[in-house]
Structure formats: C-alpha cells, structure tokens
Write a protein that binds this ligand. Sequence first.
Ligand SMILES: Nc1ncnc2c1ncn2[C@@H]1O[C@H](COP(=O)(O)OP(=O)(O)OP(=O)(O)O)[C@@H](O)[C@H]1O
Ligand SMILES: [Mg+2]
Length: 362
Amino acid sequence: MANDALLRLDHVSKVFDSGTVGLDNVTLDIAHGEFVSLLGPSGCGKTTSLRVMAGFEAPTSGRVLLEGQDITALRPYDRPLNTVFQDYALFPHMNVAENVGFGLSLRKLSGAETEKKVKDALELVGLADKIRARVSMLSGGQRQRVALARALVCSPRVLLLDEPLSALDANLREQMQIELKRLQSRLGTTFIMVTHDQGEALSISDRIVVMNRGKIEQIASPSKLYDAPETPFVADFIGSMNLLEAEVLETSPSFVRVSAGPMIVEVPAECAASNPARGASALVCIRPEELSVQLFPTNETVAAQITSAVFYGPMQRLFVEMTGGQKLMIDMGRRRSSETFEAGATVHIKPIRGSGRILSKG
Ligand SMILES: Nc1ncnc2c1ncn2[C@@H]1O[C@H](COP(=O)(O)OP(=O)(O)OP(=O)(O)O)[C@@H](O)[C@H]1O
Ligand SMILES: [Mg+2]
C-alpha cells in the first residue's frame, strides 16, 4: 500500500487556535479506486481529516501527498479532489444544470462542452430528466444527487464526502448507500466518506478508518474490523461486544485460557492481540452471539441471573449477571415458546468453542 498510495496523510496534526487538538499525528494511505470510510464518534476528527485533504484546513504539522507529490500548500481548487458537503451547499436560486455547471465555472469551457459534461454527470446520478428543475422543488434524495453530480462533473481523482446521507430518512438512506457504492465501482474513482453510522461504513466500504480523539485506532476491512478488533475502543465501538476484565490462567501455542470472573474462556492463540503472560490481567471480548445459554448446568457452564430480556423479532437479547457481578449480553436465535427466558430466572452460560478475543488493557 505504502508505495502505490494515491493520497497520503503523512504525520498530520491539526491544533486549532483555541488549543483544541483536531488531529494528532495521523498517517493514512488511500489506494487508487478505494472506497474508504472515516468512522468515529462526534468530535474525533473526521471532518478535520477531510478538510485537510481538500485543502480547506492547513495542518499544523505533517504533509498531504498525492501520488507522492506534496500538495500541502495547494489551494482547494488546485487539487484534483472534490467535496460533497453534509448540507450539499446547493444554490437555491439556480436550477439543477446551473448548480452542476457551477463546478465547471473555473474551467474555461465552451457552452456546448459545459452542457455535455453537466448532462453526463446528471445521467450518472439518474437525474437527467431534472436538468431544468429548480433545486427548491427537489426532494432530499434528488438534492443529494445534484450535489454528487456537481462534485463529479470535473472528474476528480478523489471524491470526499462528509456525511453525505445524513439528511435522508432511513429508507432513502439505504437506497442511496447502494447507489453510492455502485457509482463508485462504475467510475473507479476513489471515494473517502465520513460517517458516524457504523452500519453504513460496514456495508459500503472497502476499508474503514476508525478514529478516536484525533487519532487512528484501526484501519481494516469491514469484516476484519468486526472479527478482529485490535483495541478496546474498536471492540466496543463496532457492533455489540462484551468486554470483560480477565486474568490469564494458561498459555500454549494453540490457545490462551483466561478467567473472566467465574467464566473460563479458551481463546485460539491467533485471537490474542499480544502474547499475554500467565497471571497477567487482560480484556476478553466476546460477542453476544458467541455465548450459549441453557437451562441446566454442566461442568462447562456458569450460572448467571437474567436481569432483563429484550425481544428483537429474529432474536432475543438477554442481559445477565454472573456471580461476582460481571454483566453480559447474550443474543439467542428464536426458540420454541417453552424455552423463552425471562428476567429473574437463573440460566447457565458458556462461550461457544473457538470464540472470543484477548486484548491487552489499553
Ligand atoms: N474551526 C475549529 N476551531 C476550533 N476547534 C475545532 C474547529 N473545527 C473542529 N474543531 C474541534 O476539533 C475536533 C474535531 O472536530 P471534527 O469536526 O473533525 O469532528 P468530527 O469527527 O467531524 O465530528 P462530528 O461527527 O460531530 O461531525 C473537535 O473537538 C472540534 O470541536
Ligand atoms: Mg464532522
């Protein structure tokens, strides 16, 4: 990746005049044709990263490189990047064609050339029939497409998208996610999208950059991020996770055995983030779907009391507490009604063989 990066943030920090640290030594490589999402909680530095890439914000230190060339000092419109802003920033007094054509106004093109490019861009986003419509007459999804067309009309090398779908309702949002991904594959343009919606990031990205407090926590494919989180923050942030304080009981080339309160978890050695020593304290992560529940004890199970049971249609989530007070969530597929579990009941639980991960305490 390092050698063929299209865009690179190289040790970028951004400290605002107020003293707030927006970015703290961020290094990130984006490859040609990738769909990358920047994901993280509010204030973690997603928009600042995008603004530094686009040139709207100068880094306090570090560089922005495009195919190895330092572009840190280039003005936004001298960079072959384009941005779709969260609020779309369309001009309400202009029609669709004028909005899209605005992206071309700095280029010295003939009227016919402009017209053709505008048409092509609107074709791409499925809005060719709205070319003369006033922006104020369009629906949310249609405005979003106009903003996309305006950003794509200059054929940027990289398209930067800041929460592009956040103004849309859930159904339209899902539909636009699919369209955005399809458009990106068809064009082969590199897309870098900011989102705080993990479902959105997981469903459309090639890679996800998880950020926290101005730093990168982990960069990985959606499935790797879900299956192999490397830090407690990522483990907790992506999906639902039980994160338990544990003590290492035994290590071997094939497994690491830990105790989390009364529960013994044997984790495959490759699922331990570092080489934990016997007696060390660690965190063990187990997804709610990686625990099994039964009514009767065996020598592998531990007793737990159900504090609440929530019905989610295809599954039921139990909130339980083990002796010693450690709390867990357990997701169960749908059962026969005779086996529904209710608050107050005692159940017997165990981790499904081969599940769990061990992280060092960060
Ligand atoms: N112009 C600015 N002046 C001072 N502080 C700023 C400025 N812009 C951003 N910050 C601060 O920098 C940090 C990162 O902000 P940023 O806008 O990048 O967050 P974000 O991840 O996009 O969050 P959100 O999901 O809420 O949009 C925050 O603490 C924010 O308050
Ligand atoms: Mg933001």
